[in-house]
Design a protein around this ligand. Sequence first.
Ligand code: SF4
Ligand code: MG
Length: 313
Amino acid sequence: LEKKFPVYGPFGKWLGTSSHVHAVTDVSFRLHEGETYGLVGESGSGKSTTGRTVLGLLPPTGGQVRYRDRNLVELSKAEMNKLRKEIQLVFQDTYSSLNPRKRIGSILEEPLIIHKLGDKAERRRRVFDILRTVGLQPEHYYRYPHEFSGGQRQRLGLARALILNPKLMICDEPVSALDVSIQSQILNMLRDLQRELGLTLLFITHDIGVVRYISDRIGIMYLGRIVEEAPTEALFDRPLHPYTRALFSAVPDFARKTLKKRVILQGEIPSPLSPPSGCVFHTRCPHATETCRSEVPELRELGEGRRVACHLA
Ligand code: SF4
Ligand code: MG
């Protein structure tokens, strides 16, 4: 159903109301510790919904979110709040959730206070450390959010997510609002931090180039389902799902090298609120058959860590 939903940021901070929540169905994937899993899709594919469900911000109507042998869906609010330390969200517009009247130092210190970590001196030291970690300066401690550039603001967003030493970070389009040159700075930093800190990242984006750069494995979403999943190299060497091929063929550089023929999609993406029967992609797939219209293709294992949901694969 399409509904208005309250959206909360890290530490239960009220971020406003989301305009759309798209249904996701049968989405199942694993994050391995220390990897970056890229979730790609066009807007309305359900990738943000999936990320927010993992985080416990949107309660699913069924299924499980397992994290270290616990089903997050069943946890009480108090238990989930404790886990919030370990699972953090960074999004495109993190900046908008920073209190404009507070100095950066106290904004960054806040989560430490909420989780009762350290005394005043320790918290202060931790804030200075984290500023350095994300490439900001000690003097930024005393500044206000509006004094920062777009790239710096996203560094602040990262700092706030990282200050509690999370294990898992869900990054929802974290660089999409930035200029390309700033994008690559932030992506490089994220990649370095991920390695240094052993973070596990769920990286959500619509940008094929970005996801290729950052991810170890990738899941492709279309209309609320994962239609293909593979290690990054394998996926780009040989995309198997017709939708993946179409998506990639919209990237000229890539299309020239790997795909012999451009696949141009017919028609519009259907409404996620009433997805087509059978294979959700059948209304636009150049290979659709009668079976595709009636039978949902399962996301099948094809070996070498690949899974594809297509009757022809
Ligand atoms: Fe196309 Fe059929 Fe495969 Fe769906 S199942 S992607 S419609 S060939
Ligand atoms: Mg989104």
